[in-house]
Design a protein around this ligand. Structure first.
Ligand code: HEC
Length: 342
């Protein structure tokens, strides 16, 4: 079961009831859609189907466009599918669909919109939490790069000086003492250059770590969207991303500084999400147990198989969250170590 999307501003509009948003209806809508509608509207209903490219007049609508969705009720969509849009490539589907199929199509399109909206929210949260951090590190790195450049030039000049003074010693124009001063200078510059390069590597490692965190969170986010978790859980996770990444890196007096993430708070939100999934798994198992106790008919067997696969999917999701969140903590520990000794 999933939630129906937010009805648009049109409070008097007609919307298909929440209880019809079953997985079966969404799945049936998806199948019909991908065979008959995706050529024009795109697999993701984003208006980018194969045939969309060659259409010159009215382009297939981006069905997941939020503004459009919020200003058109379900009745309007049902009618458009049944009667088509005269004068456009959107032909009437009334003769080729039952009213149940049209309802399933609308339910599927609405659910895609919710998915699109969540993908957008996930992308924004990830961007704000981690891309800003990456840019801060990159800025620090650019600063270091100019240092490397300067040292490299000085090092090159000193090397040339050293070559010259070697000849000068042979011809008696310079003393070995003068040469050793330059030799020392070259040696120091090389050491400095190595240190600066190490620092640069550190920045590269840091960026890699932040990217890793990004990937770990993105993987969880996508899995939550696919499982169509409830609003509260999804928002909890967005918040977890936010507090994990925001404002952790900053440049103070040309130095990259890192503030620790609120690990306790992050762990608490993570635990809340995991608890929710554990409850769901427990409830499904209970239900499955009840089905197993019944006299086995094909319908009951089908339901039991469905419950078993649901249990497996929720368990997979929970395990993914547990391991990715742990790994993210380790990445942050690594980051904190990397910056020490700056
Ligand atoms: C041959 C290409 C094509 C196919 C196939 C197609 N559509 Fe369309 N559809 C269009 C175009 C073009 C429009 C935009 C018409 C317009 O300008 O409003 C559109 C518009 C729509 C709209 C919005 C109507 C409105 O009044 O704004 C809906 C809903 C829709 N299509 C659903 C579907 C569904 C569901 C299917 C499959 C059963 C489908 N379409 C198949 C081309 C197509």
């Amino acid at each position: 079961m999933r939630h129906s999307p937010v009805p648009g501003p049109d409070q008097n509009g007609y919307y298909i009831r929440k209880r019809f948003y079953t997985e079966e209806n969404i799945q049936a809508g998806r199948e019909f859609y991908s065979i008959n509608c995706a050529v024009c509207h795109g697999q993701e209903a984003d208006g980018t189907g194969i045939r969309a490219e060659i259409m010159t007049e009215a382009k297939p609508r981006m069905l997941t466009n939020l503004d459009w969705q919020n200003t058109h009720d379900d009745l309007y969509m049902l009618r458009s599918i049944k009667y088509g849009v005269p004068g456009t490539a959107m032909t009437p589907w009334g003769d080729f669909t039952s009213s149940l199929q049209r309802m399933q199509l609308v339910i599927f399109i609405r659910s895609l919109t919710e998915e699109t909206e969540r993908r957008g929210q996930l992308a924004t949260a990830l961007f704000q939490a981690f891309d800003a951090a990456q840019m801060t590190i990159e800025n620090a790195r650019i600063e270091e790069y100019t240092n490397i450049d300067t040292t490299q030039k000085q090092y090159g000049e000193t090397k040339r000086e050293l070559e010259k003074i070697k000849d000068d010693i042979v011809t008696g124009k310079a003393t070995p003492e003068q040469a050793s001063v330059i030799f020392k200078k070259e040696f120091d510059l090389l050491a400095q250059l190595q240190k600066q390069k190490e620092k640069d590597n550190k920045y590269t490692d840091l960026k890699g770590s932040v990217k890793k965190e990004f990937d770990l969170y993105q993987e969880i986010g996508k899995a939550l969207i696919n499982r169509q978790v409830d609003e509260e859980t999804f928002n909890d996770f967005l918040n977890l991303i936010k507090i994990s990444g925001e404002n952790r890196f900053s440049i103070k007096e040309k130095h990259l500084t890192i503030s620790p993430a609120p690990e306790k708070e992050i762990a608490a939100i993570g635990q809340k999400i995991i608890n929710m999934l554990n409850t769901t798994i427990a409830n499904l198992s209970k239900e499955n147990h009840l089905e197993e106790g019944k006299i086995q008919t094909p319908a009951i067997a089908k339901k039991a198989a469905h419950l078993t696969s649901e249990i497996r999917d929720y368990t997979k999701l929970r395990n993914l969250i547990v391991s990715n969140l742990q790994e993210a903590v380790r990445e942050r520990e690594k980051e904190a170590k990397n910056i020490i000794g700056e």
